[in-house]
Design a protein around this ligand. Structure first.
Ligand SMILES: [Zn+2]
Length: 296
């Protein structure tokens, strides 16, 4: 388990995306309405790490686009029942504001009233998938309320990004991710919903090897790289990117909730010994396939 003594980093920012990597889609970016963002910053300050980029949703989206990121997948998560509709409308507005450059994901609190209707309304608003977070939402992956959400996404051909790996965990969460989350539980979901596209962020940290094996076994599972290929966390099981199935790994940064420079992870990808073909897949094509995005 991670402790709260993670360092503040003052690494240098690049001016733009390394040209070798273009086009780049960042598949893991957080936006929130202002008051919720402030609560997130405060929570991270006390329980996790100092968020380096404390800006509004519009400013942070503009920040990435102006530095050469071609497309952004933006996500939120409802911390409690009753707030998802508001957040989904907010997301749809931001997608309109940055027309064509942002793909927005829906949120719902598993088990809340009308959960499937909330998702269907969000899809009608143009949101292209769903983001869930087990540490914040404390759901049991294999449960009737979750099965309803999987079925709904499968039926509407909408992908699901689920933070169901055990790290980065904090003792401040209301539930224990090491009890709720395991690669075996996710494998049951994958088997039960073979037409549901699932992405697990953070390369499945801390069960990194097990997740690497799982994407080799199933075609409906993807992983994103967010925060786990930089040297920030003490990760004991890291695997070089070039040993992964290259059509199932997506670049995602976790921006703006990061403690280091916005392009730190891009620099790692640039230096990884990857073929041009693998780079194109990780930086663009895999995300485009997963989220059904056709244009740059
Ligand atoms: Zn995230």
């Amino acid at each position: 388990m991670l402790n709260t003594s993670l360092p503040v980093m003052d690494d240098k920012e690049g001016d733009g995306v390394p040209t070798k990597l273009l086009p780049v889609m960042d598949t893991h970016v957080h936006i929130f309405p202002g008051q919720i963002f402030q609560a997130v910053w405060q929570w991270f300050d006390v329980h996790a790490w100092r968020i380096r980029y404390q800006m509004t949703s519009s400013d942070l989206l503009e920040f990435l686009l102006s530095r050469g990121i071609n497309h952004i997948v933006a996500m939120q998560y409802a911390h409690k029942p009753g707030m998802a509709r508001f957040l989904n409308r907010y997301m749809a507005e931001k997608c309109r504001e940055f027309s064509g450059k942002i793909t927005g994901l829906a949120t719902v609190f598993p088990g809340e009233d009308e959960a499937e209707i909330i998702l269907e309304q969000a899809f009608d608003l143009g949101l292209k998938g769903v983001k869930l977070h087990a540490h914040v939402q404390c759901f049991e992956m294999n449960s009737p309320e979750m099965n309803k959400l999987y079925e709904c996404c499968q039926k509407h051909d909408k992908p699901m990004v689920m933070h169901v790996s055990r790290e980065p965990k904090s003792p401040a969460y209301k539930c224990d991710p090491y009890v709720l989350c395991s690669v075996d539980k996710l494998e049951t979901v994958i088997k039960n919903f073979p037409d549901l596209k699932i992405c697990v962020p953070h390369l499945g940290f801390d069960e990194i090897l097990a997740y690497k094996n799982l994407i080799e076994k199933y075609d409906n599972l993807w992983l994103d790289t967010a925060m786990t290929i930089t040297d920030y966390f003490p990760i004991y099981e890291s695997v070089p990117l070039n040993q992964y199935r290259s059509d199932r790994i997506m670049y995602g940064s976790d921006f703006p909730n990061i403690p280091y420079a916005w392009d730190r992870e891009l620099k790692v990808i640039q230096k990884a010994e990857l073929s041009q073909n693998s780079l194109e897949k990780i930086c663009w094509h895999n995300g485009a396939q997963f989220f059904n995005i056709n244009k740059i």
